[in-house]
Design a protein around this ligand. Structure first.
Ligand code: HPA
Length: 277
């Protein structure tokens, strides 16, 4: 999987293999990141395919992620959900981290939902808040579009509205109707695997971040390059705010995200319903 020309052929090969396996073409893709894992239970799965069984597909290593593509119905909408994503900190180069998004684009998806767990740097945030991502800062050391350009989009992509404004408005309306509190903010994606030092949190806040995490930005950049509409949410699982910084572990992040899952799943499910109509 070394050069980009080969990669493009591998992506096509992978997508055409999947096309033969699935009953319906999904238009909505969901990356079941931390905070959205439980949404899988809401999907009427018609076909689940393990990453290891898909030709050319990478295999995930992080505990708690089983590594499958789920094809099925969320409400009336045909969706594909990624159970398990690929993080840069696992050692994958960006072309592997973003490989599934490119495959799902080839399958015909028009909209991508992503979620993540993040440390809040905005002092008005609390643990357990959901932050609708309005913009991002790419702080990764490798750019996912580095190298020869893919024919899915321009060499120099515009980035002025990556997170679809209509989808943000739709989510806001659903949250308001149901009395669910949501925040808005800028997500800064950084490589990890260390959580931030207090000085790094301070720096990220000064740079304009409301939340910091180790994922999402690569997939979103590639999706945007493919012309896919993106909606992203961060679940604030810990705080990087001076005076409120405490020791943090993966388990605590998982626990805080789990508590918010039902509400986030409710919003995403309703969005899928409305998009499908
Ligand atoms: N940084 C800080 N806190 C976090 C992160 C992160 O990357 N992910 C979840 N909580």
């Amino acid at each position: 999987m070394d050069n980009k020309i080969d990669m493009y052929a591998k992506i096509q090969e992978c997508a055409s293999w999947i096309r033969k396996e699935i009953p319906n073409r999904p238009e909505i893709a969901i990356v079941l990141g931390t905070g959205l894992g439980r949404l899988a239970d809401e999907i009427k799965v018609e076909r689940a395919i393990a990453y290891k069984d898909i030709p050319n597909f990478p295999i995930s290593t992080v505990e708690g992620h089983s590594g499958r593509l789920l094809f099925g119905k969320l409400g009336n909408a045909d969706v594909v959900a990624m159970q398990g994503r690929f993080h840069f900190y696992e050692g994958y180069p960006m072309r592997i981290v973003t490989f599934p998004v490119r495959v799902m684009y080839e399958l015909g998806i028009k909209t991508l939902f992503v979620s993540n767990a993040a440390g809040g740097t905005n002092p008005t945030f609390a643990i357990g808040d959901m932050m609708i991502i309005t913009d991002h800062i790419n702080f990764f050391p490798e750019h996912p579009l580095n190298g020869p350009n893919y024919p899915t989009g321009p060499r120099f992509p515009d980035m002025h509205a990556v997170y679809d404004r209509e989808l943000i408005e739709m989510a806001d309306a659903i949250a308001a109707e149901r009395g669910i509190k949501v925040q808005h903010g800028v997500y800064l994606g950084t490589q990890g695997p260390t959580f931030e030092t207090p000085a790094e949190y301070r720096m990220f806040r000064i740079l304009g971040a409301d939340a910091v995490g180790m994922s999402t930005v690569p997939e979103v950049i590639v999706a945007h390059h493919c012309g896919i509409r993106v909606f992203g949410v961060s679940v604030i699982t810990d705080l990087g705010v001076e005076g409120k910084i405490e020791e943090v572990s993966h388990e605590e992040v998982q626990r805080a995200a789990d508590a918010v899952q039902p509400l986030l799943a409710e919003i995403i499910k309703e969005m899928a319903e409305r998009l499908w109509k």
